[in-house]
Design a protein around this ligand. Structure first.
Ligand code: FAD
Length: 400
């Protein structure tokens, strides 16, 4: 898949992360010629290292991944199930509960390690000769005009195409090169993620514990294992990263009130600075942003990849529709339809998530009262709970 003699493609995608690969897979059966440009070496795409992220997936994402044959590449033993969720506020014994029995499904969602998703997306492309993945190469410039586009690579090669896609992360250099501004919200916090084994079963329950300036999420993995997501100030994150494993084990078990008994670190601890990003526009002439390059979410509501996958799927459907009608796959109408659908879906989730983060990391009295009131309101009013449950489980595709 890496040796390339062709310099003409229909679509060139910058970035072979989960969004770029999913978009390529969504169009792999269309017959279009696609190049995916990735700066990492191919052996990393084929066997990505663990990066500590365990991705909570909605029912809609599961459906899309099944349609794209990505789900079939994932070993069953790597898939965790979320049947219940609890939101806890500070030291209050009161919590907001979500249960799959309140829905028409057997579970609220699944949880799968990011490296497993990345490998599955890569493997799902292995049979397509019309998709070239060009590794250890970067996009150095993009030129898009009314009639065609071209992309210059770091090895000086120039690829000609109809449509250029940026899927090169929330700090997308391709977005910047195209002059598309993005609003960035630096929370001044770091999230530390890792996996832990524990004494007691989690009963497929996901926990989100808000302790004012720190939050702890404990998400159920297969067996007596959980994904730990600890959010804290940059200063405190250094102390936590430097802790020896035994001290860390005790610290997390204590923060979690020993609900799962003794806990033991089973992976490295990975720090991620928390910066949310929303691009001012998702498209311009023969160019579109997808995945985190369009919308980079705070991970607390676990929407990032779910949204990225939904957006990639929507754009692929618009491209297919144009192809079926013999129209330009990168026309303004194709791109603007994608933009308006994906903005309509992502904007409320982005704004809502950022507001939630501010509320739950603010230790002032009015915020504490409002938090507690929200938990009671959420439990007492079925319609409020239903809205939150829908957000947890669905993320409708922006195409609907
Ligand atoms: C701690 C944490 C927990 C998360 N949990 C969840 C969750 O539970 N649910 C959820 O839905 N989402 C979650 N997310 C978000 C999810 O991980 C991201 O939304 C998703 O990985 C974004 O995929 P992407 O392909 O857009 O970007 P990325 O994964 O950032 O991939 C970008 C790719 O582009 C390549 N690249 C970058 N620059 C260039 C260049 N110039 N040229 C060529 N290639 C380039 C990179 O090497 C990389 O392969 C979480 C994120 C974090 C940090």
């Amino acid at each position: 898949m890496t040796s390339v003699t062709n310099n003409h493609y229909d679509i060139v995608i910058a970035g072979a992360g989960p969004a770029g690969l999913s978009f390529a897979r969504a169009l792999a059966t269309s017959g279009l010629d696609i190049a995916v440009i990735e700066k990492s070496p191919e052996h990393i795409l084929a066997n990505p290292p663990q990066d500590g992220r365990d991705i909570a997936l909605t029912h809609s994402s599961e459906t899309i991944m099944k349609d794209l044959d990505i789900w079939a590449q994932i070993p069953k033993s790597s898939i965790g199930i979320i049947r219940h969720a609890q939101v806890l506020n500070g030291n209050s014994p009161y919590s907001l509960h979500f249960d799959h029995q309140d829905t028409d499904k057997d579970y609220l969602g699944h949880i799968i390690a990011n490296d497993v998703i990345r490998k599955a997306a890569y493997d799902a492309l292995s049979d397509f000769d019309n998709v070239d993945i060009i590794c250890e190469t970067e996009v150095t410039s993009v030129d898009t005009r009314a009639s065609a586009a071209s992309v210059t690579l770091s090895d000086d090669r120039v690829l000609h195409c109809s449509l250029v896609i940026a899927a090169d992360s929330r700090f997308s250099t391709t977005r910047r090169k195209m002059g598309i501004a993005a609003s960035m919200l630096d929370f001044g916090r770091v999230v530390i993620v890792c996996q832990m084994h524990h004494e007691l079963p989690h009963n497929d329950t996901a926990y989100e514990c808000f302790h004012y300036d720190k939050t702890l999420a404990v998400l159920p993995l297969p067996g007596n294992n959980s994904s730990i997501v600890l959010t804290l100030s940059a200063e405190h994150s250094q102390d936590v990263l430097k802790m020896d494993a035994e001290t860390f084990n005790q610290d997390i078990a204590h923060r979690f009130d020993h609900r799962l008994g003794a806990m033991k670190l089973t992976s490295e601890r990975h720090p991620y600075p928390l910066v949310a990003v929303y691009a001012k526009q998702f498209v311009t002439t023969r160019f579109a942003l997808i995945g985190d390059a369009a919308v980079g979410m705070h991970p607390v509501t676990a929407h990032g990849f779910n949204l990225g996958l939904s957006g990639a799927n929507t754009l692929a459907q618009e491209v297919r529709c144009a192809l079926t009608h013999g129209e330009d796959i990168a026309s303004a109408s194709v791109l603007e339809t994608y933009q308006s659908k994906h903005q309509r879906l992502s904007r409320p989730l982005y704004v809502g998530t950022n507001a939630l983060v501010r509320l739950y990391t603010n230790d002032h009295l009015p915020a504490r009262i409002l938090r507690q009131a929200m938990l009671h309101l959420g439990n007492a009013l079925p319609p409020v709970k239903r809205v939150i449950m829908d957000q947890l489980t669905k993320i409708e595709t922006s195409s609907t």
